[in-house]
Design a protein around this ligand. Structure first.
Ligand code: PGA
Length: 265
């Protein structure tokens, strides 16, 4: 990419952890650990379970915690008879800025398809929020040397010909499935190669300029110790963190590691 480095985005995905009281404590704790210096260098999003969103948002606002509110999933319709689902405008009304779309756990355990991912990311954008689209290969695909093939298929299916998309408001997270929750992090070289590939495929869908601006995160067993090396890669623009985001101290350490390598803005 030419010109200025993309602004890093550090995202914490709490998955099905922390009830709303734990969310209040964790968000308040984060507020004590993150400061204006961090906010000047990196964007941070926190993605609690739906039942925590209102509580988390209240603490964020009350204590000026420098993070964006995120959600982990949503339906693609604005309303309707979809028992148990949450609609994008409901999230927008709560001040949600980023929504994870197509996390491998949604694809694997709840049958979310590429088509649904494509519809949902457009619905998220229609309501002024930014989708974080997750893609990544299984361990088996990796062993067969099919990583790039898998990423090409997922990125192409999500972005398509970019119809109905605001190209400037897309984040893609490269999350190799074998690295999620396993303690095995991809090497920085592997993460770089995959993220560069994702950007190249995206350029074919949304154009080179938009692909150059698009942030690509790495996710999968990210820890404070691995963050600097990952973020030093030219095509890795942030991290999507699961387990290590549950504890405010370790998540703040990840944010600080990301901020220390990023120019102030
Ligand atoms: P992990 O999860 O950091 O616990 O591996 C990452 C994710 O699934 O987003």
């Amino acid at each position: 990419m030419t010109g200025a480095r993309r602004r890093p985005l550090v995202s914490g995905n709490w998955k099905m952890h922390h009830d709303h009281l734990a969310a209040i404590r964790t968000m308040a704790d984060l507020g004590l650990r993150l400061d204006a210096e961090d906010a000047a260098r990196v964007d941070v999003s926190v993605h609690p379970p739906f039942t925590d969103l209102r509580s988390a948002q209240t603490v964020m606002e009350d204590r000026s915690v420098p993070v964006f509110l995120g959600a982990q999933h949503c339906h693609h319709r604005d309303e309707g008879a979809f028992t148990g689902e949450i609609a994008p405008p409901m999230l927008a009304r709560l001040g949600v800025s980023y929504v994870i779309v197509g996390h491998s756990e949604r694809r694997q355990h709840f049958g979310q398809s590429d088509e649904d991912v494509a519809r949902t990311l457009r619905a998220v954008q229609r309501h002024g929020m930014t989708p974080i689209i997750c893609v990544g290969e299984t361990g088996e695909e990796r062993e067969q040397g099919a990583t790039e093939e898998r990423l090409t298929a997922q990125v192409t299916a999500s972005l398509g010909s970019a119809g109905g998309l605001t190209a400037s408001a897309i984040v893609v997270a490269y999350e190799p499935i074998w690295a999620i929750g396993t303690g095995k992090t991809a090497t920085a070289a592997d993460a770089q190669q995959a993220c560069a590939h994702i950007r190249a495929v995206a350029a074919g869908c949304i154009g080179q300029e938009a692909a150059d601006q698009m942030r690509v995160q790495y996710g999968g067993s990210v820890k404070p110790e691995s963050t600097s090396e990952l973020l030093a890669c030219p095509d890795v623009d942030g991290v999507l963190v699961g387990g290590a985001s549950l504890d405010a101290a370790s998540f703040a350490d990840i944010v600080h590691a990301a901020a220390s390598g990023a120019p102030r803005r």
